[in-house]
Design a protein around this ligand. Structure first.
Ligand code: PEP
Ligand code: MG
Length: 576
């Protein structure tokens, strides 16, 4: 009988991997206290600096190995680690400890790590928590070098399933590039870097498979069933045959999906669905075009503000937007104004007053209306860029009409200012509201009257409706897109759109999850915006649906109190 270890499945497209285990030791490496004789202190300091240098060389080599078309956010993981390796707190402070305490490089590094981790732990901030993982990964790399840990021969990796306590983003990329076919880690949540990376690289992975690295051993054959979050070992031949067939079907399906690129997303009964993409950087346009996106439904501009010391200038905004608009060659581009705050922080963000819950604090439009000079710079750049192609401007996190009015007034003032500067602006700039708070959803009709379009941001709408922090793993199980309250709010927004004749799009993660496609279309959504990698699968599904048949059955289902598993019932309906 086979042995099953349960974790959380992460995948996009291919959900199965079959291969031999390659065990990697990548957990938190502990050092023993060690003293160094006075005459060897400087040599020990040198040994430490050499390890830091080697860690940077290894990361630079990995970065060079990554194919040029790798999404920018993946490269950023490595760049962050390279930057950390230059930070004095990591790269120099332990040298001082070696000199002051006369201890070994390993021990000095461990003391420093523990000190920094305590600082991170006290911060209770989702974004900084992810930085804590980065710190661990960087320190572990240096520690591994100091302890003479063996690096795997690239040839060993091909076709193997990597099992480890944890993996760094850099390891994940490198192992993928060297031919690993799946990952299993003891730790990690679906929001962890490794999970995000595995999904965007299209590698089946199981994270949070507690005990996997102690129960499995190198060389044994295992199955990664990412659809169910299960690792199977000691399988019988018939189980292996089952998963081999499944993997084959998944591969065929992926190949078939590639052919859909230039096919429109039209249901069997002729309803055209606009499939747009969410992007973070101008470089992402390439992926949108490759996956056949009809436009950009959400350009998250806050990434322009991150990893830098200065605020971006109007010209930098303008150049970035023009690159996206020109890249999309006539397809619509929806630029969302700055949504900093909560889980998205940047270096020069104005300090919030003692804020224990940043998700409810000064984020997005609230921050922009307080720091209007920052907002105005962005608005001017969007107005100017809009002369190069079809642009729409979208405002996040609205809860009040007066916020909406104030934002619109600022946009109008900047338009007039530019006109006075003789900057010609004769292209329309539709302005939309993101509906991502229950307050905005419940009063969506007023927002619909005031704006040209609405876009439902389900990531935040679900978080605020269900009082579930979207970045907190411990309440992950409560984050339910199908909660009746969430569905009622979505219906309310769609109804507001119908009554006022305004378009309603959806751009949260829910829009890109094929599990919800039939539901969302039946509710009346005609524009969905998602991660570019999700476009082909959602399109394929749309082309199989017949909304004339589906809608009345779904309406009955929504009203049926006897339905216990709504998600399951939905899936059965859509696959009939
Ligand atoms: C959302 O909240 O659904 C959304 C799309 O915005 P973000 O994920 O950037 O907050
Ligand atoms: Mg949001």
């Amino acid at each position: 009988m086979s042995i099953a270890i349960q974790g959380i499945g992460v995948s996009s497209g291919i959900r199965t991997a079959i291969g031999k285990v390659l065990m990697l030791s990548r957990g938190s490496i502990q050092a023993e206290p060690g003293m160094i004789p006075a005459n060897r202190i400087e040599a020990e300091v040198e040994r430490f600096f050499h390890a830091v240098q080697l860690a940077a060389t290894q990361l630079t080599e990995i970065r060079k190995e990554i194919p040029a078309d790798t999404p920018a956010d993946i490269l950023e993981f490595i760049d962050t680690h390279l930057l950390m390796l230059q930070d004095k707190a990591i790269a120099e402070a332990p040298a001082q400890t070696i000199r002051d305490e006369g201890c070994s490089a390993e021990w000095a590094l461990q003391l420093r790590r523990d000190q920094l981790l305590r600082v991170f732990e006290d911060m209770e901030d989702a974004y900084l928590r992810t930085r804590k993982d980065d710190l661990e990964h960087v320190v572990n790399r240096i520690m591994g070098i100091l302890q003479g840990q063996k690096r795997n021969d690239p040839a060993e990796i091909v076709g193997h399933i990597i099992v480890s306590e944890d993996l760094t983003p850099a390891d994940t990329i490198m192992l993928h590039h060297r031919g690993a076919c799946g990952f299993i880690t003891d730790f990690g949540s679906p929001m962890s870097h490794t999970a995000i990376l595995a999904a965007s690289l299209g590698i089946p992975a199981i994270v949070g498979a507690h005990g996997a690295s102690s129960h499995l051993h190198s060389g044994e054959l295992v199955v990664v069933d990412a659809a169910n979050g299960t690792v199977l070992a000691d399988c019988e031949p018939r189980q292996i045959r089952f998963f081999e067939r499944r993997l084959h079907r998944e591969q065929e399906r992926r190949n078939a999906l590639q052919t859909l690129r230039d096919t429109p997303a039209i249901t069997r009964d002729g309803v055209h669905i606009e499939l747009q993409a969410n992007i973070e950087l101008p470089e992402d346009v390439k992926a949108v075009l490759e996956e056949g996106g009809d436009g950009i439904g959400l350009y998250r501009t806050e990434f322009l503000y991150m990893n830098r010391d200065q605020l971006p200038t109007e010209e930098e905004h303008y150049q970035a937007y023009v690159r996206v608009i020109q890249g999309m060659a006539g397809r619509p581009v929806t630029i969302r104004t700055l949504d900093l705050g909560a889980d998205k922080q940047c270096e020069h963000q104005p300090e919030p007053a003692a804020c224990i819950n940043p998700a409810l604090g000064l984020r997005a439009i609230r921050l922009c209306l307080k720091e209007t000079s920052i907002f105005r710079v962005q608005i001017r750049a969007i107005l100017r860029a809009a002369q190069h192609g079809p642009v729409r401007l979208m405002i996040p996190m609205l809860t009040n009409l007066w916020e909406a009015r104030q934002a619109r007034e600022i946009i109008e003032e900047e338009r007039q200012y530019l006109a006075q500067q003789n900057i010609v602006m004769n292209q329309p700039l539709p302005i939309g509201a993101m509906i991502e708070t229950p307050a905005a959803a419940l009063t969506a009709e007023s927002f619909a009257r005031m704006f040209d379009f609405l876009s439902i941001g389900t990531n935040d709408l679900i978080q605020y409706t269900l009082a579930v922090d979207r970045a907190d793993d411990s309440v992950n199980h409560l984050y339910d897109p199908l909660h009746p309250a969430v569905l009622a709010l979505i219906q309310k927004v769609l109804e507001a759109g119908r009554r006022s004749g305004k378009d309603v799009a959806m751009c949260g993660e829910m829009a890109g999850n094929p599990r919800y496609t039939a539901l969302l279309l039946s509710l009346g959504l005609k524009t969905l915006s998602m991660h570019p990698a999700s476009l082909p699968e959602v399109k394929q599904l749309i082309r199989r649906l017949d909304l004339r048949q589906l809608k009345p059955r779904l309406e009955k289902l929504l009203l049926d109190p006897a339905v216990e598993d709504f998600a399951q019932a939905m899936e059965e309906l859509a696959s009939d």
